[in-house]
Design a protein around this ligand. Sequence first.
Ligand SMILES: [Zn+2]
Length: 376
Amino acid sequence: MKPRFQFTIHATEGKARTGVIQMRRGEIRTPAFMPVGTAATVKAMKPQDVRATGADIILGNTYHLMLRPGAERMARLGGLHKFMNWDRPILTDSGGYQVMSLSELRKITEEGVTFASHIDGSRHMLSPERSMEIQRLLGSDIVMCFDECPKIDQPRDVIARSMEMSMRWAKRSREAFDAGGDHAECSALFGIQQGALDESLRKTSADALAEIGFDGYAIGGLAVGEGQEAMFSTLDFAPGQLPADRPRYLMGVGKPDDLVGAVERGVDMFDCVLPTRSGRNGQAFTWSGPLNMRNARHAEDTGPVDPRCSCPTCATYTRAYLHHLIKAGEMLGAMLLTEHNISFYQQLMQGMRDAIAEQRFTAFAADFRRDYFRKE
Ligand SMILES: [Zn+2]
């Protein structure tokens, strides 16, 4: 039988690692990028097309799915995988971050968070126990602990108190997950390190999580407006504080150059809305840097979005056509650019995995930055 959760590191170079996570629903090659499927869909893409880009796992959002269609309804319909026709692993977030960023009328106590839906104003509650229950009802493969992600610019004592509550919530999440019966037997639970940009708070958080014990460890509370330099400074120490034999997941990151810099610092997993959201807004990521497809210079360009890209969009359509579709507000423009962007991200991850395996990642990262930031 396939393992519940097994992480094997195949090669390292400096702090960078490549390997594989084996789970019941399939393998996840690392470093991995998880496209975001917020509302039971990776926006503008069919699941089989997401898979064809090379994605091994996608992310679902607990906050959105608990509000619509609702966790109990999802369970009656057979779970998220069946509902959306994706049979490979799904990671669900805990809802904590989005309750803070999207909902109204929040009240945070030791018990949990009560809030009003951003859709219809209805009242809801999330706690470690309810978050674990919702993620179980969805049928999540990788469940995230319920935590609080505080605003990054607050005083150290506020960050410290928030982190300490998140660690108590991590213990409650562990206990509630373990009481989940069959679901706990075939899925995994990740803890989330907090502590903002502070090295000693991050260490305290990492030690508290390791004491509880998790299948993997996320680095939370970054990519919230601190900027790349501060994020990289934190990533110079944060991954190394977490258990080395477990996957490390940097939540909500990021731009292609963020991914390369974070892999250099020892991160194994990522998720971000950027490739999908940018695709809908007319932005294409390429090996030569981001392109705004609305720009008039593409109007009569018969070349592909990225000549180095192997995706169906680049094999079939011209920059001129994509420029036209985006300018005209046609849905196909969003679909084709989303497919390209997700494909580009997966090709970037594959390039990093191959480079680490072949001990040439340092050169790969230097070449990537030279081409990506080259001024035309
Ligand atoms: Zn492409």
